[in-house]
Design a protein around this ligand. Structure first.
Ligand SMILES: C[S@@+](CC[C@H](N)C(=O)[O-])C[C@H]1O[C@@H](n2cnc3c(N)ncnc32)[C@H](O)[C@@H]1O
Length: 257
């Protein structure tokens, strides 16, 4: 019996490009003996699993992507689009895979958004149990066209990081991402919570570096990240990630209190 429930299937071409790109950089993708990646809850079309395979294959040509959807009709339709390296099957958080294999990476995007906050821990736990050693669950949310995005990276040792990824051109303030935080954090953007402090710190540094906009929003973002570092936020990922409009912080620094 598939674990979970059918929810709205909203998806779109190129919507998940930011998280696809970040997943491409994960060392485990290069190192895995059996590079098997799951796109769990891919929605009403086959678009995101097909794009995911295309992008990951640039760094790992033998990668295999399995799209898992809880809605059998969505699986039937997507299966018409199957190509070598991309297949589709019905299932839920239990993450069924062929031949009892386990996954290098499970990506669940815009799935838990439609669940309750108290359901997150069990869902994470269930998906993480289906990972290979060193594997990563990537769980997050984005807006309809993928310009505002954030995700948690979770391993068998628990949540590790929160990444925020934004289109910097015309960005008014980084805390716009507050509406698109992973379910574990979205209701915690209130005074007294660390994620609220991060939203404020991002906006503060973005604002005081407004003068750098004349060079480029990227310069302004890099200065924003530098400011966060200076404040003591535990930021991982170098300048190259910052240039993409990303920032990654250790999960403990934003975890709900
Ligand atoms: C909003 S769509 C997201 C589509 C795509 N991931 C994206 O971000 O564009 C959410 C999909 O997740 C599916 N879903 C919800 N719970 C699920 C579960 N436990 N296991 C598998 N799929 C699930 C829903 O049926 C729906 O099609």
């Amino acid at each position: 019996m598939a674990e979970g429930r059918i929810t709205r299937g909203t998806t779109g071409t190129n919507r998940l490009r930011r998280v696809d790109r970040w997943m491409s950089s994960l060392p485990v993708l290069r190192q895995a003996k059996d590079p098997l990646v799951v796109d769990l809850g891919y929605g009403a079309s086959a678009a995101t699993p097909l794009e995911l395979r295309h992008r990951l294959a640039r760094v790992r040509p033998d990668v295999e992507v399995v799209g898992i959807e809880i809605d059998p009709e969505r699986v039937r339709l997507a299966s018409l689009m199957a190509v070598p390296g991309v297949s589709f099957r019905q299932g839920g958080f239990e993450t069924p895979l062929p031949g009892g294999r386990s996954a290098t990476i499970i990506r669940a995007f815009n799935v838990l958004r439609q669940y309750d906050e108290h359901e997150v821990a069990d869902a994470w736990h269930r998906m993480v149990s289906r990972l290979q050693p060193g594997g990563v669950l990537v769980e997050g949310t984005c807006n309809e066209i993928g310009r505002i995005s954030s995700w948690a990276a979770i391993t068998k040792d628990g949540p590790q990081t929160l990444t925020i990824s934004l289109r910097l051109a015309q960005l008014e303030k980084p805390s716009i991402v507050a509406e698109r935080l992973p379910k574990a954090l979205i209701h915690r953007n209130v005074p007294g919570e660390r994620i609220h402090d991060l939203m404020n710190a991002l906006d503060w540094h973005w604002q005081i570096n407004v003068g750098l906009s004349v060079y480029s929003p990227v310069q302004r973002w890099l200065a924003t990240i530098q400011g966060l570092r200076g404040d003591g936020w535990p930021i991982t990922g170098g300048r190259s990630r910052g240039k993409l409009g990303e920032v990654t912080v250790a999960w403990d620094s934003v975890a709900p209190r």
